[in-house]
Ligand binder design. Structure first.
Ligand code: THU
Ligand code: ZN
Length: 161
């Protein structure tokens, strides 16, 4: 984990953060009022975006990161290089993606070293801090497909790798 000031961030990461902040404006979150935006860079250098989408039943919520990942997979990409997430945070302790989203990202980051860039915003949508994590920092000792392969002799078919 490393916190970096905005003026030290490279152009690509700035672009990802900007995209995450922009797509956050599309969030549909009338129940929590907590908008989240995610922008990821896929292996083929395409960007994919997502925002959270809530539902009156309270359980059907799509998380921003999940939508970005699903959009990537639907387009035929199977690997995340890095992902930026924009969400409200207080500053000292970064607000990070939930456990479900960490697992979702892991599915398409087999090495666990995908960069996760967190842009915490204040209530005026200004960036208060930017923190870099690797996925393995956020999800150590994770459950992943290697266990299925080992114990169940599970093999993915060619078009499912
Ligand atoms: N949320 C996300 O979109 N991603 C996360 O990983 C954390 C939570 C959304 C879900 C819900 O709409 C709102 O934030 C409050 O939990
Ligand atoms: Zn989540």
């Amino acid at each position: 984990m490393i916190t970096i000031s905005l003026n030290k961030i490279n152009e690509l990461d700035k672009k990802l953060i900007d995209l995450a902040i922009k797509i956050r404006e599309k969030s549909y979150c009338p129940y929590s009022n907590y908008a989240v935006g995610a922008a990821l860079l896929a292996e083929n250098d395409e960007f994919f975006l997502g925002c959270n989408i809530e539902s009156s039943d309270y359980t059907l919520t799509t998380h921003a990161e999940m939508l970005a990942v699903d959009n990537m997979v639907q387009s035929g990409n199977r690997k995340i290089k890095k992902i930026a997430i924009a969400l409200i945070g207080k500053g000292e302790i970064p607000a990070t993606p939930c456990g479900l989203c960490r697992q979702k990202i892991l599915e398409f980051d087999k090495e666990g070293n995908c960069e996760i860039i967190i842009a915490n915003l204040n209530h005026n949508n200004e960036i208060v801090n930017i923190t870099y994590f690797t996925l393995s920092e956020l999800l150590p000792f994770s459950f992943n497909s290697s266990f299925l392969k080992y114990f169940l002799n599970f093999e993915t078919s060619n078009n499912n790798q």
